[in-house]
Design a protein around this ligand. Structure first.
Ligand SMILES: C[S@@+](CC[C@H](N)C(=O)[O-])C[C@H]1O[C@@H](n2cnc3c(N)ncnc32)[C@H](O)[C@@H]1O
Length: 241
């Protein structure tokens, strides 16, 4: 009887070790595949189009984009396009995320506001570079899962609020940089007010059905300057303003 018990324990132990080993191996293989896809994404879609900032390239190589989309889209996560995230919203194309991050010209001391959390991916990319990121999402159904996702992935310098981002986050202002990831019909005055002296804001402006331009706004000695960067296509900034 004792002998049988001994064999059962040995067989069960071997089975458990084998099962855990296979899972670990599969997980590592998968992570390796995604890492290779990120590297290719950075080379082919981002660096080759002119994004040079090493901090941005490093962040784009690091953030696991496949963790910010639903299972249906994990296989497409590193493709050169935006992807649906539900509620008619999208996670932006990797190149646009990298370009907007570079335009903000941010550093490790900086505090950044994002309007349009969506999946949380852009916030995670910024979170790899800056000290604090505050991000606002209008849909509770997107904002709450994004908060959980960012927490699970260890992006502890990121705070998500569910609200209308048009009005910014006055309690946390002023910001070194502001990024708006949905298209506004005009630059929201509260965001200009909440931008620090010497700060930069990157925002798509225009109509959803017509032309949108990505604009880089700078605030120097109280003066606002706006530079057109390139035509883009974003989902609209929602709300009554
Ligand atoms: C292109 S998606 C953003 C992608 C996101 N940055 C990411 O990395 O996944 C635009 C987001 O802006 C949100 N949005 C639209 N109007 C908003 C508003 N007034 N305030 C806050 N978020 C808004 C949308 O719900 C959507 O999630």
């Amino acid at each position: 009887m004792r002998k049988y018990l001994f064999y059962i324990v040995v067989i069960a132990s071997v089975a458990i070790v084998l099962f855990l080993g296979i899972r670990l191996f599969r997980g590592q293989k998968e992570e390796y595949t995604y890492k290779a896809r990120r590297e290719k994404m950075v080379q082919v879609q981002i660096a080759s189009r002119g994004v040079k900032d090493e901090k941005v390239l490093r962040a784009m190589r690091t953030v696991p984009r496949h963790r910010f989309v639903s299972e249906d889209f994990t296989g497409s996560a590193y493709e050169d396009r935006p992807l649906p995230i539900g509620y008619g919203q999208t996670i932006s194309q990797p190149y646009i995320v990298a370009l907007m991050t570079e335009l903000l010209n941010v550093d490790k001391e900086d505090k950044v506001l994002e309007v349009g959390t969506g999946s949380g991916y852009q916030a995670a990319v910024l979170s790899e570079i800056v000290s604090q990121i505050y991000t606002i999402e209008i849909f509770e159904e997107l904002g709450i899962p994004a908060r959980e996702r960012l927490k699970d992935l260890g992006y502890s310098n990121t705070t998500v609020k569910v609200a209308d981002g048009y009005y910014g986050w006055p309690e946390k202002a002023p910001f070194d940089a502001i990024i708006v990831t949905c298209a506004a019909s005009h630059i929201p005055p509260p965001l200009i007010e909440q931008l620090k002296e010497g700060g930069r804001m990157c925002i798509p402006v225009g109509s959803v059905f017509w032309k949108q331009i990505l604009i880089l706004v700078s605030k120097e000695n109280g003066e606002i300057t706006a530079k057109n960067i390139l035509p883009v296509r974003f989902v609209p900034l929602l709300g009554e303003h």
